[in-house]
Design a protein around this ligand. Structure first.
Ligand SMILES: *[C@@H]1O[C@H](CO)[C@@H](O)[C@H](O)[C@H]1NC(C)=O
Ligand SMILES: *[C@@H]1O[C@H](CO)[C@@H](O)[C@H](O)[C@H]1NC(C)=O
Ligand SMILES: *[C@@H]1O[C@H](CO)[C@@H](O)[C@H](O)[C@H]1NC(C)=O
Ligand SMILES: *[C@@H]1O[C@H](CO)[C@@H](O)[C@H](O)[C@H]1NC(C)=O
Length: 673
């Protein structure tokens, strides 16, 4: 993932550095851009995974390591399983639906900021125990795969159910891709959390430094009822529903114990100081069951069986214990919370009585937890990959392979200037109808949902036909554009909507004067919106600058690619439909670099009617009506490293079109694995 967004990040650093160096000549800069683009090509696809395909030998090694005592860090109950399940969980549990960031791909708990998170205390010890295995397999085995696989083996070794393993994670070189998770200035810009403990979406967790919620209770207040909302909210932001939430909390706490041996760590003496029974991690102390190395239903039966009373544990933090003092188990405020909500309580009862339901629900929820940042099943490696799950958006086999692409291109070309009543299009300079810019808009809207963060989105599946995407503000009218394309689809039903949408955009671009582009009919259509888990609309940014920078990073585009794509032909009628005043483009039927020249040679003044719109002024300060840009366009001239690129494209149209074609094809193909 992750590697690509790093490229975007570093590319922006490079571009910025070059904006500062006056002697940088254009050729050198172009080489830099070419290099970045070729890095994009080689990094975006699963072909970049060069690791192992068979994990059975690793699993054997893990199984042994789990029960081999290490003096540096003695195991609880003689089994490292509990620690390892927590390690895998905390690596994966950072995933959030809002922008697909987080997740174990990249193995970033090894680096700041995640390394320093309160919730990741002592997890470095799990890596010490796994180090010899990592060394044995070297680059064939990523830390990320090793951590998740170890979680799986630990669950199995203690008798729990595992659905399978999707391998293929690749390690990041540093923690850059976790900066948006916080704490960092990038996270502050995307979404500040003024009350740490009550963080909101797009952040996944309620408190920065934790994976989900504060186990002691909201803002350290041991009130189980108040934790109910925090649990549902936080797990929801990670894409988990009630049954997944309850089975994961209970399944996880079936194993191992919490650590809070004393209030002032390190406690204990000599050899065992700070370890074994002297360990302090969360500050909460004790196991949840009497059989912490065994998969069973005890967590759920315990919750129901005892009266839970609040007490302060040896770590000085609030916990709950059975009123019956002879039972040496404990629960967190967030565990007891599961008894304080009707839906959670029903599920606790179900898992306490129905072992089959527990086994089944846990294995699916765990697989989703550790796999959902990996994208479609096609990206998985290994010998034990389960069938595609709903969260992986499985699509039917493509049926377009045999369609007559040149004939369809011809049909689309005729549509560009057709007379139609279906929707209002644009006009060319001669006042004739022109629909090309709308077809470009449709293709861009369809494909630009792609997120390199979790390989979700993109035009494959053509989810733009369904709720929620069809209702997104920028997609107003796209149902009409689809209807307009419907005559072609009716004649060539074997071509998927996804292919047709992409091809129509390409035909419009090339007919308007763009560079030729490669097209392969390989996409297929989701059956319905219910069978496709759409990405979410990212409409939470404080301003356009943050929106542009973050979108670039989430989509995995380099600044050059992003700036080029911003210069795509723009439909005047569509800009009006989405509530803006119109386009800069007087003639979208001619694809040129005019956009960049206009950006640079005009003075742009914010519209009084719409804060997102800017209007050009001539040298006399007179507004040039009908020439509109948006706040996103303004970012391109307000951020120096982007303005540098704008200048290059303004000066060299051929260069712009080359970069554009490369970027367009890369985006259209980003979701094909
Ligand atoms: C946009 O918001 C960020 C984060 O709050 C801030 O640092 C930046 O100055 C803002 N930019 C503009 C142009 O308002
Ligand atoms: C939660 O989602 C899973 C997986 O999609 C599904 O099987 C389960 O029925 C859902 N549970 C609830 C309570 O909706
Ligand atoms: C921790 O304490 C328990 C109970 O007193 C004991 O059985 C166990 O051996 C101790 N573990 C370690 C690692 O010292
Ligand atoms: C600015 O650029 C546009 C597009 O090339 C051109 O039509 C216009 O004349 C230019 N204006 C000035 C003041 O140079």
């Amino acid at each position: 993932m992750t590697k690509l967004s790093q490229v975007a990040f570093f590319a922006s650093v490079i571009a910025f550095a070059c904006a500062q160096c006056p002697h940088m000549d254009a050729m050198k800069r172009r080489d830099t851009i070419r290099l970045e683009n070729s890095a994009f090509e080689s990094l975006e696809s699963p072909r970049t995974y060069k690791g192992m395909e068979i994990f059975s030998e690793v699993k054997e090694d893990i199984r042994k390591a789990l029960k081999t005592p290490r003096e540096e860090w003695p195991a609880d109950y003689g089994h490292y399983g509990g620690l390892m399940i927590r390690g895998a969980w905390h690596c994966a549990g950072t995933y959030r639906k809002s922008d697909g960031r987080g997740g174990c791909d990249g193995a970033r708990p090894r680096f700041a900021p995640e390394l320093e998170w309160e919730d990741n205390g002592n997890l470095d010890n799990s890596r010490i125990i796994l180090e010899p295995i990592k060394e044995k397999y070297g680059d064939d085995l990523s830390w990320a795969d090793l951590l998740v696989l170890t979680g799986n083996v630990a669950i199995e070794d203690m008798g729990g159910p595992v659905l399978g393993f999707c391998g293929g994670r690749m390690d990041d070189a540093d923690g850059t891709n976790s900066l948006p998770l916080g704490p960092s200035t990038i996270q502050e810009a995307i979404k500040p959390c003024p009350v740490n403990g009550k963080c909101e979406t797009p952040l996944g967790q309620t408190k920065i430094g934790l994976i989900y919620v504060n186990p002691e209770g909201v803002m350290d207040e041991p009130d189980p009822e108040k934790s109910v909302h925090a649990i549902r909210d936080s797990f929801g932001r990670m894409g988990m529903n009630d049954s997944e939430t309850v089975v994961l909390i209970g399944g996880g706490h079936t194993y191992g114990k919490a650590h809070g041996a004393c209030e002032d760590p390190p406690c204990g003496e000599g050899e065992m100081k700070g370890k074994g029974n002297n360990t302090v991690t969360s500050g909460l102390e004790g196991p949840w069951t009497t059989t912490p190395t065994q998969w069973d239903q005890e967590y759920f039966t315990n919750l129901l069986k005892y009266d839970w009373v609040k007490f302060k544990g040896p770590g000085g933090r609030y916990q709950f214990k059975p009123s019956d003092d002879s039972v040496h188990i404990q629960m967190f405020t967030t565990d007891v919370a599961l008894l304080h909500d009707e839906s959670y309580l029903a599920l606790v009862r179900k898992y306490a009585t129905d072992k089959e339901a527990l086994d089944n629900d846990f294995k699916y929820a765990w697989y989703k937890l550790v796999t959902r940042d990996m994208g479609p099943r096609e990206r998985c490696h290994g010998e034990d990959i389960p069938p595609a799950q709903p969260f992986q958006n499985p699509l039917p086999e493509p049926s377009s392979a045999t369609v007559d692409v040149p004939a369809i291109k011809g049909r689309i070309a005729k549509l560009l200037r057709a007379e139609t009543e279906i929707l209002e299009g644009d006009k060319d300079t001669e006042g004739k109808p022109y629909y090309g810019a709308l077809l470009v808009h449709l293709a861009y809207q369809c494909a630009s949902t792609f997120r390199i963060t979790d390989y979700k989105g993109g035009c494959n599946g053509a989810a733009i036909r369904f709720v929620p995407q069809k209702d997104w503000p920028e997609n107003v009218g796209m149902d009409k554009v689809l209807e307009f394309l419907g005559s072609v689809h009716a004649d060539y039903p074997d071509m998927s909507w996804a292919d047709l949408i992409v091809l129509a955009g390409e035909v419009a671009l090339v007919e308007a004067g763009g560079e030729p582009m490669d097209f392969n009919a390989v996409r297929s259509d989701a059956v319905s919106g219910e069978h496709y888990e759409s990405v979410e609309l990212r409409d939470y940014y404080v301003n356009a600058t943050v929106a542009v920078r973050d979108s670039m990073d989430v989509m995995g585009l380099t600044p050059d690619q992003f700036v080029a794509l911003m210069g795509r032909p723009r439909s005047n009628s569509q800009m009006k439909r989405i509530g803006l005043l119109g386009s800069y483009d007087t003639d979208p039927s001619h694809f040129t670099n005019e956009y960049y020249q206009l950006l640079l040679n005009s003075t742009w003044v914010q519209s009084e009617q719409n804060e997102h719109v800017y209007i050009a002024e001539d040298s006399e300060g007179v507004k040039i009506e009908g020439t509109h840009m948006t706040d996103w366009d303004m970012v391109l001239i307000n951020v120096p490293e982007l303005k540098e690129i704008v200048s290059e494209f303004a000066a060299d149209e051929k260069w712009f079109k080359e970069v554009f074609a490369e970027a367009w094809v890369a985006l259209m193909r980003a979701d094909l694995f």
